[in-house]
Design a protein around this ligand. Structure first.
Ligand SMILES: [Zn+2]
Ligand SMILES: [Zn+2]
Length: 611
């Protein structure tokens, strides 16, 4: 008894010592804004998406590990240790290649996957147990070091897009994507208290991106009092009802574990994104017999899902509500997963209530806006990748809070009429000009902006979305999709990354050294590119056209190399191999060829054969 009391006292003393050092204690904060809390702006907190925070690997003492270049080692999505990887894989891979049998390769492959991802494993209470550290910024952008700015600008290029919001009102909430979702929701709530204390304002704006929306949504449910501390929320491609990709993975409905689909479907789709990589993967994969390769993939995926992903409630918060119950029955029904299931069940309730909670926010006068993207199928990892419209990573139903849409490449039926489920103004036209979307069935028809052909993971390079966001976080002049012709409800996706790089290059060209013709072409191309960038409403090819014109002018000036179409050697080879040998590895080819010759001869002599 005495011993327990002493321990308790020691614990309390230790706690007291820790308190002043805790960066999230609002008590320690003083007003750090120029305005002292008296200005028309609201402090704004960005809650980024999956992997958009710096989570680094540490040693046992908690100090970040650094690589040879002195850079901190990222833990997201995995900790790749090349030496260890080679040690684990090389022997079994060579043995299996020589013998063309599975001599430990599939087990070694699964072990290598686990080695890389286990840094993000959580314990039986869904608390991360690896040596990882989330680098937090418990201060405003005005106080950011160059390193902080570098980290944040990789995901939200604030330096490229000016906003009237004072920098001492701008905050970025860093978190671990594999973390505990209840813990993350509480951390975000504490962060809001810190921001209020530091800025002197009593309300804040939130900008949740993608996975960040699951944390905001959870916080609204668990700490409803926070609703009175919010002025505006701008959801950007929010994972409010998860991503179907995670739903499929958590229901064991993975496409590429079928060997036929792996070659004729999965890699085909990857080829559209990155032909050389897909080609190399395919040529390497065929080094192994079909059974060895598929066994390795199956075991690897199993270890990743069962030993890492399903232990993270942050990941479970990305499972759509419609896929949750079957996934939970599959993976969380054993007694040792009970503590995790109790937490994911809570998040399931969050998903069921998220629309009600947003309605409550609106009743309290909180402005809620949303950006959704469409007309790009989900990446084809899960069986349901092409069931509904999406933005490559999340299905539109989730990001738009229920908009009705035709599938990618299709339009709504000719006799389809606007449903007006959530819009009460009969004068509003919420059908997209391409007749793909009926925004009136989404929860926020008047404040949701849609971007066609915009990839989720490239959102940061859509300058129009960035400009809209910078305007919304600084001012309240945009009330809805009808306020400004510069920001209509339906717009096109675009990616200005290359165009900005070319403009940078053009700015560095010494005009005095150019001929009159070169100068004229370059200036015209620059002028056109700048005009395109100054417009927020433009045709779908405006950016690529401007890029092509500027590239051509730079080639003329000798500052860029002409584009050479590299012939795609992989596609015809791959198609040939698939046509003749299906998903079999190279070692099977002589046998298959001989068999075919025999079958062919038999057929020729009238013995009959299968086609
Ligand atoms: Zn202020
Ligand atoms: Zn409306």
């Amino acid at each position: 008894m005495k011993k327990t009391t002493v321990r308790l006292l020691c614990f309390l003393c230790a706690l007291c010592l820790l308190i002043p050092a805790c960066p999230l204690m609002p008590l320690a904060a003083e007003k750090e804004t120029v305005c002292g809390g008296d200005c028309p702006y609201y402090p704004t907190i960005i809650v980024p998406g999956l992997g958009q925070s710096s989570v680094v690997v540490t040693d046992d003492s908690g100090a970040p590990l650094t690589d040879r270049d002195g850079k901190k080692v990222s833990a997201f999505p995995a900790w790749i240790q090349t030496g260890k990887l080679i040690r684990t894989l090389l022997g079994p891979a060579l043995l299996s290649l020589f013998t063309q049998r599975d001599v430990g390769f599939s087990d070694a492959f699964a072990e290598a996957i686990y080695d890389a991802f286990s840094i993000n494993r959580c314990d039986e209470n869904a608390i991360p147990e690896g040596n990882v550290l989330t680098e937090k910024f418990p201060y405003s952008y005005a106080k950011y070091s160059d390193y902080d700015k570098y980290i944040v600008n990789q995901h939200i290029p604030f330096e490229l897009y000016p906003t009237d919001l004072p920098r001492d009102h701008l905050y970025y909430f860093e978190y671990n994507s594999f973390g505990n979702h209840i813990g993350l929701a509480n951390e975000l709530y504490d962060f809001i208290q810190l921001v209020k204390a530091q800025t002197g304002h009593d309300k804040v704006n939130l900008v949740p991106l993608s996975q960040g929306a699951s944390i905001v949504s959870a916080m609204l449910e668990y700490t409803p009092a926070v609703m009175d501390e919010l002025h505006k929320i701008l959801f950007v491609v929010p994972a409010l009802d998860g991503s179907r990709i995670i739903g499929d993975v958590f229901n064991d409905e993975i496409t590429f574990l079928d060997s036929d689909y792996l070659y004729h479907g999965f890699l085909e789709n990857i080829r559209l994104l990155d032909a050389p990589t897909a080609g190399l993967i395919e040529l390497a994969a065929r080094l192994f017999p079909d059974e060895v390769l598929m066994s390795a993939l199956q075991k690897g995926v199993r270890r990743l899902v069962e030993d890492v992903m399903i232990r993270s409630t942050g990941m479970w918060a990305l499972c759509p509500s419609g896929a949750y119950e079957s996934a939970a029955a599959r993976y969380l029904s054993s007694p040792d997963m009970a503590a995790i299931k109790a937490q994911t069940d809570r998040y399931y309730q969050v998903q069921l209530h998220h629309k009600d909670n947003i309605r409550k926010l609106q009743q309290k006068g909180v402005q809620v806006f949303c950006v959704a993207e469409y007309d790009i199928s989900l990446i084809n990892v899960g069986a349901h990748w092409n069931d509904q419209n999406a933005d490559f990573i999340i299905q539109l139903d989730s990001t738009s809070m229920g908009a009705t849409s035709a599938n990618v490449g299709e339009t709504l039926p000719a006799d389809y009429k606007q449903q007006n489920t959530c819009c009460s103004n009969p004068a509003h036209d919420h059908i997209s000009p391409d007749r793909v979307i009926d925004a009136s069935t989404g929860l926020l028809p008047d404040t949701t902006f849609y971007f066609k052909n915009q990839r989720h993971d490239l959102t940061q390079w859509n300058d129009v979305i960035l400009k809209l966001a910078m305007q919304l976080i600084a001012h309240d002049d945009i009330k809805d999709v009808y306020t400004s012709p510069a920001f209509p409800q339906f717009n096109y996706g675009r990616n200005v990354k290359n165009l900005l790089a070319l403009l940078d290059k053009a700015a560095g060209v010494n005009r005095k050294l150019l001929t009159r013709r070169q100068k004229a072409k370059l200036n015209a191309a620059v002028e056109n590119a700048e005009a395109v960038l100054s417009r927020t409403v433009d045709g779908p090819t405006a950016v690529p056209d401007a890029e092509a014109q500027l590239h051509k002018a730079l080639v003329l000036c000798g500052k860029e190399k002409p584009t050479v179409e590299t012939p795609d050697v992989f596609t015809p080879v791959s198609d040939f191999l698939y046509r003749h040998f299906g998903s079999d590895g190279y070692s099977e080819y002589p046998r298959l060829t001989a068999k075919r010759a025999v079958d062919g001869a038999a057929g020729f002599f009238g013995a009959g054969g299968k086609n």
